[in-house]
Design a protein around this ligand. Sequence first.
Ligand code: ATP
Ligand code: ATP
Ligand code: MG
Ligand code: MG
Ligand code: MG
Length: 257
Amino acid sequence: LEEIGKIIPEYIRSFLFENKLLPSTYIIIRIDGCHFHRFSDIHEFEKPNDSRALNLMNACAVAVLNEFQDVVFAYGVSDEYSFVLKKTSQFNQRHSSQIVSAIVSLFSSVYVMKWNKFFPQKTLKYPPSFDGRAVCYPSTEILQDYLAWRQVDCHINNQYNTCFWMLVKSGKTKAEAQKCLKGTQTREKYELLSQHFCIDYNSLPVMFRHGSSVYRVKKSTSAIPENDNNGELQEVIVDHCNIIEQSFWKAHSSILG
Ligand code: ATP
Ligand code: ATP
Ligand code: MG
Ligand code: MG
Ligand code: MG
């Protein structure tokens, strides 16, 4: 047995496939709920946007930032969240599968633990799961373009879904609503909402229109510190800002360092 114990480990380890992420790049981990179309149906999410579900997702993202110091920013919409790790991160020696699995498993278990806080009247009927992937972005500009892409997607989907569900709630079938919206431009959707449903799109909750951004800010002096980074008191906050505009990144230049 001792002989085998000496030979086998090296041989077995030789099969190990290491996928280390490119050094000195931002790492994005994007997670997405598996089959949340079904999950949201079964748990009767309000359509098109269930605030409780979004706030639960945000609470999970806050837990991720509180647990992993190298995660400097997160952006979430619907059943997805993107986590940004700083360029110099050595978290799990930049092993892709270890980083993805650490984040996705913490997120999923917090989702289950906090379910009751956000859905006190609803039993969780089956365990939700999330998938995750890692991508490296070599520059701040490209990273910001990535985040802008997610926020544009949030806007386009939200506008479509708001129209779709207004049509359905007003008596159209899903197929009719879909047909009605086919090929329509942004302006036509604004008009549909304002003329037929008296809804000013821009007055809808900002969380629905802009998604959620999670990041650290300097903590105001009076409260108790949660993190102590370089002697500076910080706290993780959830915001619904416009991250497409450069002004956000200028005003929060410390996030991407
Ligand atoms: P996949 O497993 O491929 O990701 P999916 O069913 O999760 O499939 P997505 O494209 O990720 O599909 O879309 C998520 C769906 O979950 C949305 O289309 C929406 O129906 C639902 N959903 C997620 N979050 C909410 C929410 N806060 N309020 C209402 N519905 C939601
Ligand atoms: P890492 O995050 O690097 O995996 P770790 O603390 O999980 O760190 P492991 O090498 O994975 O370290 O070891 C798991 C440890 O968990 C064991 O050393 C043991 O102390 C404890 N442990 C796990 N399962 C059991 C169990 N069934 N009974 C008692 N202790 C256990
Ligand atoms: Mg998916
Ligand atoms: Mg999904
Ligand atoms: Mg999704």
